[in-house]
Design a protein around this ligand. Structure first.
Ligand code: AKG
Ligand code: FE2
Length: 279
């Protein structure tokens, strides 16, 4: 399996991008319209936030799931026993956001949502007819004005040396949502599992944007688009002292959207969150 970086501006970018999603569950784009300066500014601002005590004032609310999730309660991926080595903040436009961080992160949320709509248009356009026939409505309409779409700001702290045995930054998992839009992080570590079961580095040149299929699009496409396992491995050598910041946007359909004969977006999400023990 190979993951090629596709130039967004190339004449055949849409077709090649969708082929990559079908074959690997991942697509990597360069020269895309997401402003890299904004992404870098957000990385810097939120790095400072995670290094401050202010974050403690924004502890997440279990009912609404917005706010700061400390390392001590960090996620345990499905099928794993050890917690991930990360802390994160869940940004929803309707949720709590520190005033000084609000404008930039909301601007990013809106841009990335618009970009995701365009990419869902590409996916729809290049889905084979029998697959496209399964979509209950246009893919881009599934996420339109959705209050469920989640922007997660992740901070993987430097390695302290006393991490729990077997713990890694993000254990192998699949995303639950429709698609995920992820600017390359400031440090490497993201890997995707190939069909042969080997781990492969995702080309994460700073400035690239990475898109991956989530379980909901796998369900809605009858498996044509695979929701591929991925993980974030621990740094080695001098990189151990470095933090890693990343910014995945999880595109979630409106709750009533029909995904398949079996599920709406809401029933699917509830089933998965119950499995994870989050609700
Ligand atoms: O940090 C990354 O690069 C990926 C994070 C991720 O896969 C997730 O939060 O679902
Ligand atoms: Fe993920």
């Amino acid at each position: 399996m190979k993951l090629e970086t596709i130039d967004y501006r190339a004449s055949d970018s849409a077709e090649r991008f969708v082929a990559s999603l079908h074959e690997t569950g991942f697509g990597v784009l360069s020269n895309h319209p997401i402003q890299q300066e904004l992404v870098e500014k957000i990385y810097q601002q939120w790095y400072a936030f995670f290094n401050s005590e202010e974050k403690q004032q924004y502890l997440f609310k279990p009912e609404t799931q917005d706010g700061f999730f400390p390392e001590s309660i960090s996620e345990t991926a499905k099928g794993h026993k050890v917690k991930d080595i990360k802390e994160y903040y869940h940004v929803y436009p309707w949720g709590r956001i520190p005033d000084s961080l609000r404008d930039d992160i909301i601007q990013y949320y809106q841009h990335a949502n618009k970009f995701a709509s365009e990419l869902l248009g590409w996916i729809e356009q290049y889905s084979p007819a029998d697959v496209a026939a399964k979509y209950s409505i246009k893919l881009s309409d599934m996420i339109k004005d959705s209050q469920k779409t989640l922007l997660r700001v992740l901070h993987y702290p430097p390695m302290s040396g006393d991490e729990e045995l077997g713990a890694i930054r993000a254990a192998a998992h699949e995303d639950i949502n429709l698609i995920t839009v992820l600017p390359a992080a400031n440090e490497p570590g993201l890997q995707v599992k190939t069909k042969q079961g080997e781990w492969m580095d995702v080309p994460s040149d700073f400035g690239n944007i990475i898109i991956n299929i989530g379980d909901m699009l796998q369900e809605a496409s009858g498996g044509y688009f695979p929701s591929t396992s991925h993980r974030v491995i621990n740094p080695e050598g001098t990189d151990k002292t470095k933090s890693r910041i990343s910014l995945p946007l999880f595109l979630h359909p409106n709750p009533e959207v029909v995904l398949s004969d079996r599920y709406t977006a809401d029933s699917y999400l509830m089933e998965r969150l119950r499995e994870l023990g989050v609700i």
